[in-house]
Design a protein around this ligand. Structure first.
Ligand code: NAD
Length: 484
């Protein structure tokens, strides 16, 4: 078992055919403290990806032949093992990604619950019985596994996303090759350790660390990989979608967002500001469902901006491991440079920086409130993936909805109002996969279908909940005549 104290460096190996294969090439340092070397992981090549796919292909038939409740028992046991390591895994998650300890504990909790949820799904058959036009005939459907599945994940939820993709794949009888984000190898390592310790047979889950352009591309191109489930940026996602379509593989791609929160004149301003800041600044704004546009009607505009400035001061960035920190650092120098560039561009296009937007120390970025933003401005259109809220005015609900929908993205959208009719109208007309009324745009329960529309998603299969297994299975119709 791998354990670590808050300063131990983890030497992480690939997991191929049940064996840990050490390697080097990639170092991860704590974004809150660059002297803390969190992990050394392999920078793998195509050969390792190839070996992992071979191991998965060899292991998959025997895994699929196990009764589903037996597969589920492994996931349930893994959940218990991860529960026993909850605090260690949460602390390592803070060290490698930067989020706060409370956020990391919540994320590890999510991974545990996801394993339990899909573990218990082993007892639920997803097939259907249908009436037949012929006498003495039973017609039923079965869900069949796809075979070997590639799972490619981002750094922002480094244990929850690998868990919510891997668990439904495994319970459905697939074998998995997981490629975690290069800068967050530790969390996925802990997840795979829990599954191994729970008795997952060798080769059923393989983990290959390394660069997306090498390991990710290799998985995407391999004809033995029947399907790829990807979460990450839109540019990479669209490329993977094209590659899988070309070879007729199945693909599920969840990508970026430019999520808007509408605040109507009748809203409670203080509550709306808290909802906007929770959606915009929690997780350092590094959530695909983070609010990044606040669209407000005239009577509420000035009071809301004042309240948002107060909220921005509350989310002072700090080390996620320190007591009382509400917001951690930005994940990397590259991400910080991109956040600061977005703020500079907004200013150059005429926006006012009403609060924050400076990084005084390391990767600590004061959350920013931008006003005087126009709908065509870059800051109103491009995903930033940082703690930046752009405030846009709208004359009324209809213009607000028009602004929400004036985006290439369609992941999450929210509204703050006490008017039920306005809320319902919004829920019907906002083009987004997730709609929140009087709640932050971020955060979904694990049993709720999740995904976007437009350039946020392939919009084919939803993740999470009972619908998640649809992606990892195909439907077979069986006729059984009993007069033979
Ligand atoms: P990214 O696209 O850079 O990387 C995601 C994963 O893809 C990583 O494992 C990376 O190594 C791999 N990858 C990179 N290039 C590849 C290639 N050519 N072929 C195959 N794989 C490749 O994204 P990121 O920076 O890790 O994450 C941030 C992005 O993720 C944001 O855009 C965010 O909105 C998005 N995201 C979306 C959701 C969602 O559910 N919609 C959830 C979380 C994050």
């Amino acid at each position: 078992m791998t354990t670590s104290t808050s300063t131990q460096t983890l030497r992480i190996g690939n997991l191929i055919a049940g064996r840990r294969l050490p390697g080097e090439g990639s170092e991860r340092r704590n974004p809150a403290d660059p002297t803390d070397l969190v992990a050394v992981a392999p920078s793998s090549g195509g050969d390792e990806a190839d070996a992992a796919v071979s191991a998965a292909a060899d292991a998959q038939p025997a895994w699929a032949a196990l009764p589903a409740p037996a597969r589920g028992a492994v996931l349930m046991d893994a959940a218990e093992i991860l529960r026993g390591r909850h605090e260690t895994v949460a602390r390592d998650l803070v060290r490698e990604e930067g989020k706060t300890l409370a956020e990391a504990r919540g994320e590890v909790r999510r991974a545990i619950d996801v394993l339990r949820y899909f573990g218990s799904a082993g007892w639920h058959s997803d097939g259907r019985t249908l009436p037949s036009s012929q006498p003495d005939t039973l017609v039923h459907t079965r869900r069949e596994p796809l075979g070997v599945v590639g799972v490619i994940t981002p750094w922002n939820f480094p244990v929850a996303i690998p868990a919510w993709k891997t668990a439904p794949a495994l319970i459905s009888g697939n074998a998995v090759v997981l490629k975690p984000a290069e800068i967050t190898p530790v969390s996925a390592h802990h997840l795979s350790e829990a599954l191994l310790a729970a008795g997952l047979p060798p080769g059923v889950l393989n983990v290959v660390h390394g660069r997306g352009s090498v390991v990710g591309e290799s998985l995407t191109a391999d004809p033995r990989v029947a399907a790829v489930s990807f979460t990450g940026s839109t540019s990479v996602g669209l490329r993977i979608e094209r590659a899988l379509h070309e070879r007729r593989g199945r693909v599920q791609v969840e990508m970026g967002g430019k999520n808007a929160l509408v605040v109507l004149d009748d809203a409670d301003v203080a509550k709306a500001a808290r909802i906007a800041s929770a959606g915009g600044f929690a997780l350092t704004g590094q959530a695909c469902t983070a609010s990044s546009r606040v669209i407000c009607t005239p009577a509420v505009h000035d009071a809301l901006v004042d309240a948002l400035i107060g909220e921005a001061r509350r989310y002072r960035p700090g080390n996620g491991l320190a007591e009382g920190t509400l917001m951690g650092p930005v994940v990397s120098e590259q991400q910080l440079a991109s956040d600061l560039d977005a703020i500079r561009t907004a200013r150059a296009e005429g926006a006012t920086v009403a609060a924050g937007g400076e990084s005084a120390q390391g990767l600590m970025l004061d959350p920013a409130i931008l006003t005087n933003v126009g709908r065509g401005d870059t800051v109103a259109r491009d995903e930033i993936f940082g703690p930046v809220l752009a405030v846009l005015p709208a004359a009324d609900l209809d213009e607000a909805i028009d602004l929400v929908n004036d985006s290439r993205y369609g992941l999450a959208a929210g509204i703050c109002t006490r008017d039920l009719a306005a809320a319902q109208h919004f829920a019907h007309h906002a083009r987004a996969g997730v709609i929140k009324v009087n709640r932050p745009t971020t955060g979904l329960d694990l049993n709720v279908p999740f995904g976007g529309v437009k350039d946020s998603s392939t919009n084919t299969y939803r993740e999470q909940g009972a619908t998640a297994v649809d992606f990892y299975t195909w439907s077979k119709s069986v006729y059984l005549g009993w007069d033979g």
